[in-house]
Ligand binder design. Sequence first.
Ligand code: HEM
Length: 524
Amino acid sequence: MASILRSSLLLRSSAPSAFSVRAVSGASTLKQEAVSVPKFDSSARPTSEIPGPRCYPIVGTIPSMLLDPTFDNKQIHKFWAKMIKEYGPIVRMITPGMPSIVGLTNPDDCETVFRTTMENPLRNGFLALKKIRDDEVNGYFEKKSGLLTENGEEWWRVRSRVQTPMLKVKNIASYLTLMDEVTLEFLNRIAAMQEEYGEMPSNFQTELYKWALESVGLVALSRRLGCLEPNIADDSEPMQLIHSANNIFEAMNDTEISAGMWRFFPTAPYRKLKANHQLFLEIADSNIQETEALLKAKTGKEDEELTLMESLLLMPGLSRKDVVTLILDMLFAGIDTTSHTIGFTLYLLARHPEVQSRVQKEVDQVIGDHEGPLLPSHLGRLSYLKAVLKESHRIFPLTMGNARTLDRDIVLSGYIVPKGWMAITLNMLIGWDESVFPRAKEFVPERWLRHKPLGPIHPYASLPFGAGTRMCIGRRIAEQELYTFLARAMHRFTVDYKYEDMDVISKLVFTPSQPLRFTFTERR
Ligand code: HEM
């Protein structure tokens, strides 16, 4: 089947493509571009002096972590905040058998980490997921576990080929009309729920997951999945994808932020991860095959533009399995990310009516009485709305930090941090630091506007999508979904929230601590 599809697509390869497949084909060695790498200062203080909680022989800092009253892997930001307060902007953690860690809150250190790892960005996270893909899924992944978990040459083999097509704004813009259609349907659903319940039901988060999966499915699977059907059954395929992705994130939080016992025996979180990954894989794979069948059926028309995924299937140097694994990761990474960002942003807008009216004013000017689908030119003019999203990511970043394993010794905050250690840039704590962001506790989107009224912002201080060659590959897709949703929602509704303040719960990504019981009032 796969080869039939591939050859049928290849027959069309002479057709003009909407997507750039030329950019990096043939590039198979790690990027060697000129980056300015900070000089190593050999007079720096030794590694042994890096501050941190008490380190014991054999067990390292594990007892200091586990016995600390703030240590809770669902609230990991509180533990890191305490460590940084006690020890300063660089703190080390030693876990035997795992790479030692430094947590960082000085943006200059973050810059050093990203610059020195630019050519070989190693991210040794999600190890339990990698083990499951490598050892346990009956050879499905052929020991090539995909962008999320691979490193080095194998990671770059795929990344170098998908980088340009997936991050080119123009390519993603070709999905705007469809994304807009999904959003408009979802807003009708919001209006219906508002009518029925007088506010959003306490499971509104699940509604946002449906919007997110329906939106990312447009790009990943080139079709509608039906997530927004009224009364969609809880055991339907889209709902099973959503539930299993949620469970995968939760289980990965438990395997990632732990002493790593899953390496020695299948712990409960490891088993949960394996079972949900298997379920997700089976459903996603059958959906991918369905998409392949549809693509095969529409073969032959020379003037038909290729979808992003079709053009990736045609990319020299990428196998069908590579593309399938990418689609799998897009579906998996595309549910719990954009949906939580929307949840946090709506909460911040509800709590700051003056900001909300400014966004509404902007979208009224930009969209006005326009009746057709949103156009890229509309999104291009939403500078305040984009500032709102940046500010929302500063206050509620989705991840605690960005991680890089060092492939050489470097100096951070005046200490030598050796090769093999993992440096984590603590996004959330940097975002909340008054010395980096004046009026850090306030929601001030204006700080991101071009004239920077609160002063310049360090370019490495807020990196919600990571940075450099390993930056989020779904960034453009995510941004387009988020801009579309917020523009349409603010054009139609005013949002309100009357309940407790929002905190975060870590489920690999930060999720809202309270049910999202928003009230949406029609503006017209
Ligand atoms: C608000 C939404 C999102 C945020 C904040 C976000 C954030 C991130 C971050 C911080 C990373 C790690 C970057 C690094 O190590 O420098 C990442 C990686 C990744 N993201 Fe996203 N993401 C979002 C949405 C998405 C979506 C919608 C997709 C799929 C379409 C996606 C797919 C991926 C993949 C596959 C990677 C691994 C890339 C690699 O290692 O080469 N993300 N994302």
